[in-house]
Write a protein that binds this ligand. Structure first.
Ligand code: FRU
Length: 472
């Protein structure tokens, strides 16, 4: 352990004590989603499973609730619902990562967890921080248990990336296929085009550049957090591009997360029109997936968005923490669509259930699931007196609309064209709502801030099964 890491640990313990003493209200803390104990959280990192235990690491700013210097936070779970905070796993403590341990991924192999991340360096002086002033290093850190990473290896620096790129290269995602390790990284070219670089390695330490994924037409100026995997016979690409202009109901958020299927090799040109947004709501970014030991492909995303201070006020900031993850979602390909659904473990979470038909008005627990069959009819549902979810058959658009300003804290309205709406699954966890439409073919995710610990639901024209969890 170097002297800087020792100091960070001391400062973190001090912060834990301070936060513990001055405990603020926890009224918006989720029950079953990953959230930081205090401070700021963004992207999920290093998702993996080892000997039955799920590990989720994440971008963590423990000392700055509004975001700042990035560490990796670490938590573990046996069922993807009960998460236990394990402390900080990666500290910015080296000349190659001292301005932030940025996003990356993990491989659980041979009794070890191999993590790959971007060591961020911001140089002092007159820089635009696009073409000059920033350095992105690719780093490997290995651990036996995910808690202690005592050695970091610098794998690649600027000279190892193609020369037509800006200094924005980051977020290595690593996987193994046919005996070879592959790594994909997001990047921005000097012509301000988003791209993803592919590297290969036989030993996880020596990497050679293979080529890149790019679009014929421009599709954003930077691609963050790329992910590639094989699923149900298709090769899926997910990226979080920046710089996509809004178009009708689509691309309404500041930044997006999109997916497409790659028809050819995963190093080549593809059509940008083939992308589809992964989420139609307000808070979803930088998704990452991993393969569980039972073969399932599971994805977790940041239930937040960068650079939204102008629009949204996350009300938990006053409580000393900000942001959370989505529920872990099982991915499948059905009828040529990438579908997302909560992991099956969620079914065992609830301890009360009732089925209601027609119009109803209920007070419900702050953690609940509403499973709705519309029978193909129109539907309207209001959560906590101010979040309206609706679909009118004649119009064919699903709407998520905040009618109460303080409930949305800046969020307004999002919509998506649907050919039909047969079923909805709504997962509410205190200050988050995730809506899975038609078996997860479309999803809407948002934070919300109800003042009371129970919400009212008003629904018309459907069969609704409500599942609740009341504390024992
Ligand atoms: C995405 C991102 C990544 C980067 C990380 C820094 O939200 O900008 O590209 O590695 O966050 O926290």
């Amino acid at each position: 352990m170097n002297a800087l890491e020792t100091l960070w640990i001391k400062m973190f313990e001090e912060e834990q004590r301070r936060q513990g003493e001055g405990r603020k209200t926890e009224r918006w803390r989720p029950l079953l989603h990953i959230a930081p104990p205090f401070g700021w959280l963004n992207d999920p990192n290093g998702l993996c499973q080892q000997d039955g235990i799920y590990h989720a690491f994440y971008q963590f700013s423990p000392f700055q609730v509004e975001g700042g210097l990035k560490f990796w936070g670490h938590c573990t779970s046996r069922d993807l619902l009960h998460w236990e905070f394990q402390g900080i796993s990666h500290f910015p403590d080296q000349p190659f990562d001292c301005h932030g341990v940025y996003s990356g991924s993990a491989l659980a192999e041979e009794g070890k967890i191999y993590t790959f991340y971007t060591g961020n360096i911001k140089e002092q002086g007159e820089h635009d921080y696009i073409v000059t002033g920033r350095r992105s290093n690719t780093v490997l850190a290995v651990s036996a248990d995910g808690k202690i990473f005592d050695h970091k290896e610098l794998l690649m620096t600027g000279k190892d990336y193609p020369s037509d790129l800006t200094c924005h290269v980051r977020d290595p995602k690593v996987w193994k296929e046919n005996g070879t390790y592959y790594m994909i990284q997001g990047a921005r070219t000097k012509e301000n085009r988003g791209t993803a670089l592919v590297f290969a390695s036989a030993d996880k330490r020596h990497w050679s550049y293979q080529g890149r994924l790019e679009t014929e037409e421009e599709f954003g100026y930077m691609w963050e957090c790329p992910d590639v995997y094989l699923l149900d016979g298709r090769r899926v690409l997910c990226i979080s591009p920046q710089g996509i202009p809004a178009s009708g109901l689509c691309y309404q958020n500041v930044y997006q997360s999109v997916t497409c299927f790659l028809e050819d090799d995963f190093r080549g040109t593809m059509k940008s029109s083939s992308f589809r947004e992964l989420d139609g709501g307000f808070d979803f970014y930088a998704p990452q997936s991993f393969q569980a030991e039972d073969g399932r492909r599971i994805q977790i995303a940041w239930m937040g968005m960068p650079d939204v201070e102008e629009y949204y006020v996350n009300r938990t900031v006053a409580d000393g923490w900000q942001h959370m993850m989505t529920i872990p979602r099982e991915l499948t390909v059905r009828d040529g669509r990438l579908c997302q659904n909560p992991v099956q473990e969620l079914d065992a979470w609830w301890n009360q259930e009732e089925t209601i038909s027609g119009e109803f008005y209920r007070e419900i627990a702050s953690s609940c699931e509403l499973d709705i069959e519309t029978g193909g009819e129109s539907l309207e549902l209001v959560l906590a007196e101010g979040l309206r979810l609706s679909y009118r058959r004649e119009e064919g658009i699903f709407w998520m609309k905040f009618e109460d300003e303080s409930l949305g804290a800046g969020r307004t309205v999002r919509g998506r064209k649907l050919e039909s709406l047969k079923e909805l699954r709504i997962l509410v966890d205190v200050s988050s709502v995730e809506v899975f439409l038609n078996g997860g073919r479309d999803v809407f995710t948002t934070r919300f801030y109800p003042e009371d610990s129970s919400y009212t639901v008003r629904a018309w024209g459907s069969l609704v099964t409500c599942r609740y969890r009341f504390r024992a």
